[in-house]
Design a protein around this ligand. Structure first.
Ligand code: NAD
Length: 294
């Protein structure tokens, strides 16, 4: 029960990594506000947590809009009276094209959903985190460190978050507020596997070969790191980028092909997740080779 009694907001909590963070935090004793876009299965995740004795309220709205970012923070205060943790995890990955073919509208959507959401949520959460000496955990990316061909604006949006987090950590340390960033590599969500993914099927199949551990990470493996960083066990950790990419950042060539098949199996995990691959449902995705994929 690392997070017993802690009040936490998780953004992008209806699907993928966010769903896993929600369930993990609930198991660790947190009281939750789960937020996502109106069509995201956020209520389903909140109901699943409440059905097992946890406390989770849903906030549906576009967190890139000021009124919804404010409203989400206010819901935490109305329900629980204070705020200890913000997990700023919402984001999109909606295009696959060389930079000269990358559509301006997709660039704008990337900046809005990946950066503006994080800025607004941080801005409105901070006064309350200062009172509780709380903390923020952002979701960055390996792509924010290394860049990503075909998704250059996406990698740039995550690099923004890395620098933003460090600035927040330095600025807010005198208030006792910590800030950190988990930087996943390829995780098994709608973004890297399945027909909704912007990544071409052949490239999806080749992902494991690039990764020293030979496989994608699971949402639950990411959630475990968020739980530690958000907890008091991480009381001396601030301004940190926590890379969780199966070793892909220093990797060279097809190193993952040398991993024996049995070691490429992901751990079973303990969380009961239903929406790992639902994150791009209903979102327009653009592949330069295939055009719009509704
Ligand atoms: N899957 C990966 O391989 C991977 C790798 C590195 C980093 N990440 C990061 O992990 C986070 C979660 O990704 P995921 O793979 O779980 O994808 P996902 O699509 O399942 O989850 C993202 C969620 O954020 C929500 N969201 C997007 N914009 C929003 C907005 N304006 N307001 C409210 N909710 C919004 C989406 O609807 C979705 O439910 C993202 O920040 C992503 O950049 C993912």
């Amino acid at each position: 029960m690392r997070l017993r009694g802690k009040i936490a907001i998780v953004t992008g909590a209806g699907t993928g990594i966010g769903e896993a963070i929600a369930h993990k935090f609930a198991r660790e004793g947190a009281l939750l506000i789960l937020s996502g876009l109106p069509d995201d299965p956020v209520c389903d995740v909140a109901e699943a947590i409440e059905a097992t004795g946890g406390q989770a309220k849903a906030y549906l709205g576009d967190l890139a809009e000021e009124q919804h970012a404010r409203g989400c923070v206010e819901l935490a205060l109305e329900n629980f009276g204070s705020l200890d943790v913000l997990v700023s995890n919402a984001g999109v990955f909606i295009a696959n094209a060389e930079t000269d073919a990358y559509r301006i509208e997709d660039f704008d959507r990337t900046i809005r959903n990946n950066i503006r959401t994080a800025f607004l949520m941080t801005k409105f959460a901070l006064p309350h985190l200062q009172k509780s000496r709380g903390n923020i955990v952002f979701t960055g990316s390996e792509a924010g460190m290394n860049g990503s061909p075909m998704f250059t604006p996406y990698g740039g949006s995550k690099a923004f978050l890395h620098a933003f987090m460090k600035g927040v950590a330095l600025e807010q340390a005198p208030y006792g507020v910590r800030a950190n960033c988990v930087c996943p590599g390829a995780i098994d969500t709608a973004w890297t596997r399945g027909s909704d993914s912007p990544i071409e099927p052949a490239a999806q199949a080749a992902i494991g070969a690039m990764i020293p551990l030979g496989r994608r990470g699971t949402p639950e493996e990411m959630a475990n790191i968020f739980a530690f960083l958000a907890s008091d066990e991480a009381s001396y950790v601030t301004g940190a980028l926590w890379l969780a990419d199966g070793g892909v950042t220093p990797a060279k060539n097809d190193i993952g092909t040398h991993v024996p098949e049995a070691l490429r199996r992901a751990p079973n995990g303990v969380l009961s997740l239903k929406h790992s691959h639902d994150g791009l449902h209903g979102k327009e995705v653009y592949r330069a080779s295939a055009g719009r994929v509704p």
